[in-house]
Design a protein around this ligand. Structure first.
Ligand SMILES: Nc1ncnc2c1ncn2[C@@H]1O[C@H](COP(=O)(O)OP(=O)(O)OP(=O)(O)O)[C@@H](O)[C@H]1O
Ligand SMILES: [Mg+2]
Length: 145
């Protein structure tokens, strides 16, 4: 199987008065088709690790490769494309856009990626139906029902 992610001696610290070292020397390999759970107590660094994998943050030391590519060498526009086209994120906090409906929020990454509404809205609707939210497609985030 192809190796998707490879971590080599990855460390992360947050500079500042406390200079927090969140983790160090992580060596990890994730293969195509593999399911992986990252488990740990609150504050242990799970989200920090996922932010590195999602090109939302950069390691303080070591290297992360995605599909053989050193992520530190990605230009900002390549990172934006990677996040839009290659990666799917379900965030711990919902980050929904209040001025858009549930349907538009689901379709938003595809719309930002340049797809046209007529192509993506039916798929977004199907996804909401699959999770039992067919009756809420037109709801805005601030709507109670
Ligand atoms: N931008 C930041 N600046 C400074 N410290 C941070 C920053 N982001 C996270 N931290 C700290 O890094 C540590 C790890 O945080 P992280 O959010 O990765 O934990 P977590 O395992 O995802 O926790 P939870 O289970 O509560 O989601 C915590 O001590 C947190 O306060
Ligand atoms: Mg977290």
């Amino acid at each position: 199987m192809a190796e998707l992610y490879k971590f080599e001696h990855v460390g992360k610290r947050f500079s500042g008065p406390e200079n927090l070292e969140i983790f160090k020397d992580i060596n990890l390999s994730v293969e195509e088709g593999e399911s992986l759970a990252i488990v740990g107590t609150s504050g242990s660094g799970k989200s920090t690790l996922l932010h590195l994998m999602g090109a939302l943050d950069t390691p303080s030391s070591g290297k992360i490769f995605f599909d053989g590519r050193d992520m530190s060498e990605m230009r900002p526009d390549e990172k934006a494309r990677f996040r839009n086209r290659t990666l799917g994120f379900v965030f711990q906090f919902h980050h929904l856009l209040p001025e858009f409906s549930a349907l538009e929020n689901v379709a938003m990454p595809a719309l930002i990626g340049g797809a046209c509404r007529a192509d993506v809205l039916p798929d977004a609707r199907t996804m909401l139906e699959r999770v039992g939210l067919a009756h809420r497609v037109e709801s805005k985030v601030s709507t109670d029902r």
